[in-house]
Design a protein around this ligand. Structure first.
Ligand SMILES: [Zn+2]
Length: 274
């Protein structure tokens, strides 16, 4: 009986919110069904709050957008990528995208749910990333947001922590789910605390590669980016590197997909050359 109840609950939850895919299938072939229990609106709201907080702290330290040329460069590249997100999900073209640069020697970049991008200046100052490489790394991060990997991770953590009873409460209370989650201390810090899984990383690699190609960034740069990261992985590993291991598999997968997206890159370059 208990088992039946659990199955019933799980079925309800899946019907209400569960196994959907957040993005449209495209050349890169990302189409896995995802477990999405928590409402996107709650996740996006929390992320926006956390992002605003980060911005405020950086302003206080005078590390926000300190280098105007660098900011301009990152915004230009990001905007070209953002202009292509409709291919994967039309609703994302209406997101309240924000792009900022924080002066910080770490090699890191992220895009929070709902399109809040932050690039740390170490990517430019230390890694000396080219425009194509920045297109690759920002494209990868945007892909995580388009696939809503943050919401997926938090949904999984929620069920693991609170179990199916809480899930039932969530289903019956609907929109109150966000409040329940916050009450339980599952704020947006989880965005940073829960690393992306291997499959999520693979998806972000694939979709990011396609996104960058469509925006006119050379897909080969995804490989050189990982190689440069690997070369810098001496002593304390770069922050980005610790959550994004540049395994031989990763590079091999990127290389295998590159021929598929290269026509998109060539077409985009022709388009901008006009
Ligand atoms: Zn990633």
């Amino acid at each position: 009986m208990k088992k039946l109840y659990a199955i019933l609950l799980a079925t309800i939850a899946l019907q209400l919110s569960g196994c959907a895919t957040t993005t449209k299938d495209s050349v890169s072939g990302v189409k896995r069904s995802q477990f999405m229990l928590l409402p996107a609106a709650s996740i996006d709201k929390m992320s926006a709050q956390a992002y605003t907080q980060t911005i405020k702290e950086a302003e206080g330290k005078k590390t926000l957008n300190a280098d105007k040329a660098q900011l301009e460069r990152v915004r230009t590249i990001s905007n070209r990528l953002i202009a292509q997100v409709g291919v994967f999900r039309p609703d994302a073209t209406k997101w309240a995208w924000e792009v900022n640069v924080e002066k910080n020697d770490q090699l890191n970049a992220y895009c929070m749910p709902g399109g809040k991008i932050m690039v740390l200046s170490g990517m430019m100052d230390k890694l000396k990333a080219t425009d194509d490489e920045l297109g690759a790394v920002i494209g990868h991060e945007i892909a995580h947001a388009l696939r809503e990997h943050g919401r997926e991770r938090m949904s999984q953590a929620y069920v693991q922590q609170f179990g199916l009873q809480a899930l039932a409460a969530f289903v019956t209370k609907g929109a109150a789910g966000g409040a329940i989650m916050q009450g339980a201390g599952m704020g947006s810090q989880l965005f940073f605390a829960l690393p992306n899984g291997r499959e999520q990383e693979r998806e972000a690699d694939k979709m990011g590669l396609e996104l960058a190609a469509r925006a006119g960034y050379n897909p080969d740069a995804a490989v050189t980016l990982w190689e440069k990261m690997s070369a810098m992985n001496t002593g304390a590993p770069p922050e980005f590197f610790s959550t994004h291991p540049a395994s031989a598999n990763r590079i091999a997968d990127l290389k295998a997909l590159t021929p598929k997206v290269r026509p998109l890159y060539e077409a985009a370059k022709k388009g901008t050359a006009k």
